[in-house]
Design a protein around this ligand. Sequence first.
Ligand code: ZN
Length: 254
Amino acid sequence: MCPKCNGTGWIYYTENGYEFGRKCDCWDKMVASRRLKFAELPEAFKDVKLSNFNLSIYRTIESRNLIAVAAKTVTHYLENFEAMKSNGMGLYLFSNTKGSGKTRMAVGIANSLLKNHQVKFAGSTTIIKEIKRTWNKKLSEVGETESQLLDSLAAVEILIIDDFGTETPAGWINDKFYQIINDRYVGRKVTIFTSNAALDRLNYDDRITNRIKERTYQIAFPEESVRDYIAEKNNQELINNLKQNITEGKTNGI
Ligand SMILES: [Zn+2]
């Protein structure tokens, strides 16, 4: 809760015997929080922690070297987060290969920042869908306008945009993302991206990539999918548990 206004969003003061109220600095963040319900970190991700991030699941030496550097950079970033935040510095996690661990890393970062900060997390295609939704008044639950939604995306303290660049950047999509990213740039807000494209290969125009280049540390991820490995491991654990249950069943004479 905001200590300045006790979470009310208003600060009251007396001047010449009259009482006045003004909006607290946290007001925009509060409004953004209410509007960006779609950008809550999914429940399934609540337990993903950076400390559980297993670097040894990558097979090649090249991958292991890359992920070691990535993990070190992220650790350094988080240890110095207050300085990063005051400079509006974010991260850009990228690799062409899907399932290389970018999103899991971003979720781990989100969970560690959530304790002390406002963090919103959304896929870029979800953001586009939400923008389109505001065009249709009937579908828009809270009756918000497109510019209110864009303002909220700009006001959030920390915004994580997952899978940036997978969408086809039609003219208007390019413009909307420019507005969000530029507003955040001007306000020195931290934005963290995951992407399947290196920044110079991103399908967006230079205005966007230049802003991102200036305000993020670009971190290369291995060109190796660990998704299958993780699924395999989960399956193996399930099988082991079943086997164990069967064995225990037998010894119990069932
Ligand atoms: Zn406040």
